[in-house]
Design a protein around this ligand. Sequence first.
Ligand code: SF4
Length: 336
Amino acid sequence: MDRIGVRLPNPVGDVVAATPFIRLLKQRHPEDRIVLIGSAKAIELLDGLDTWHEAEAIEDSPSHGKSSSFDEATFLKHLLLDQIYLLPNSFSSALSATIARIPVRIGRRAPFRRFLLTRRLPKVGKPRPMTRVYSEMIGEVQPPKIELGVTERGDRLASETLKGLAEHGIHPPFLAVAPGAAFGPSKVYPCELMAKAVQLSAKKTGLQPVYFGAPEESELIRSVKSIYPAPFLHASLSEMKSLFRECKALLSMDSGARHIAAALNLPQVILYGPTDPRWTNFEQEMTVALRRKDLSCSPCHKKQCPTDHACMKEISPEEISEAVTTATQKGKILSF
Ligand code: SF4
């Protein structure tokens, strides 16, 4: 029996996109142990799935803040892995696995990794769904569906939150709204427009909006909430997964929340701006994607817009509320 490590990516959306790869890995190595290694957030997100045996969260180093390659190598060494799949294309992830002396290190070609990997796969190359980018690493070009599971802890926290909301007369079904994006401000729809879109969507659908966001997005959400008040649910990822069952649709950017919703079969309305949808256009059956296709600058993949942010500003709140209505009425959707 081999111990097979999977070094998870960091962005939440990419972690979800890695779930078909993990499923395939388990199917092809039924006798071996699958060990996930990643951030505490990534591990929390994948808790509730039956596709892995152990999960180890890499803690930040107390002295350096972020964990260094040497800290990570020490950590990896104790896991006694026989092989490791490196899903991030970073030099540091390959360096840690090499210092930890993991005998088989599998990853894609990327700058300075040539002598660190024992099995080198082709560079990432042209845009295509990240689910496929990962599943190709195990020789599969048609990945199964993304998946996530809920946990008892998440359900318990969600039921406490629902109880608290009920005491204030607030009840499901909800319209989940996630206005933030870890990528950067270029991906974020302007606050005033978002508040208007939420207001119109609530009026048209009769749903109770609730805001979701990471702690670092609190200021942004407070700004939207100050224009259109609705509860801000400071939910952990496990609680958020459980709370999504109380929602009829999600309105979000091209962000991690979208992928979580897609994995849980919650219809989504997604506002695309500076990023190329070809990287994330998987599990589209329940997605309404809004994007200005006529802009020559898009996709720019810049974190800050160097011009007028037209890719976001030119999506109107009315269009969004139309899309939310369609999403909630049909359940299964179209793509604009
Ligand atoms: S440069 Fe264009 S695509 Fe990039 S953020 Fe600005 S408006 Fe959007």
